[in-house]
Design a protein around this ligand. Sequence first.
Ligand code: CTP
Ligand code: MG
Length: 359
Amino acid sequence: MGIATIVVAAGSGSRFGGEKQFSRLGGRSLVDHAVVRALEVSNAVAVAVPEGSGYGYPDQRVTVVAGGATRAASVRAAFSALAGEFDMVLVHDAARPLTPVPVFERVVAALARGNPVVVPVLPVNDTLKRVEEGVVTGTVDRDRLARAQTPQGFAWDALAAVVRSGLEGTDDAVLAEGLGFTVTTVAGDERSLKVTTPEDLSLLRMPSAGLGLDFHRFGEPGRFRLAGVELVGWEVIAHSDGDVLAHAVADAALGAAGIGGIGDVFLDSDPRWSGADSLELLAECVEMVRERGFGIGKVDATVILERPKIAPYLETMAANLARVTGGEVVVKAKRAEGLGDIGAGRGLSAFALVVLGNG
Ligand code: CTP
Ligand code: MG
């Protein structure tokens, strides 16, 4: 009983130029993206992958099987790997990594209303021409056409009939149509784009950026840290080690991933961070960003302070930040030209822009 999803990921990606399902996007493979989303609505997930791919997914609800020579054969292999009967089975392309969970939910809701086969579709917005040898021979009425996406949903018996039939087709609904099932549509989503070529994958890589700032006051003469580099001048008055540069980068990374700010994640009152190494704190933030499926692409940061002169250390700071974030990092320094408290040398600040990449 319940809902199972079959993720088909056993294709060879001939138009992509390789097994696209294992390409990475935002910190995880396309197939992992599909499985993560499928798990949001499913009690069990069966993934069909190429024989000997070594693919695994660390969740006991997920079963991995070797697929077949065609998409329909892969569906059959995954279907027979499902343990027991489910009320409904969804079939989803691993090549659609970013299908929003609400699309899965719309399919499930339509099945729950008693429809045996459900397909998410989108309208055709371009005018469609019939073309023969480079010459237009007619215009097709697009109002009666729709683009079919996945996940496609089936009552258990409907998919069992498709599997038994051994029919072949580029999607599963077409097979059900052939068997006389009524196929009902729900709204698809443009973000559910199917990756066919490398260009499709670049379309899905949307840049997201975050801005981070941090300020600290100087105290007694002593040492302070910037991106892990220890500098001689003053102590910084702070709960952690007061590394404004690491904090600004962490804040920007969390913001870019939509998590919030460093103050939301690490409470000042948390004794763990008393005098903590801020590069470790940054590493935790980067890990949270990765868990969201992103990576750090670029970091551009500026430290503002009057003295000491930090130009000789900027490259080391950038290298430290690059090691921890995995991104491309630039660190610059500026004086505040005597303006305000920072200009008077009573403290320092850092600004960072982080652009997320594909980790
Ligand atoms: N698929 C599968 N088993 C096959 C063929 C395809 O599981 N024998 C899966 C693909 O991995 C993909 C989905 O079906 O997730 C849609 O297929 P398609 O986009 O055509 O992927 P490929 O067959 O891998 O690509 P190509 O046709 O360019 O070779
Ligand atoms: Mg194919």
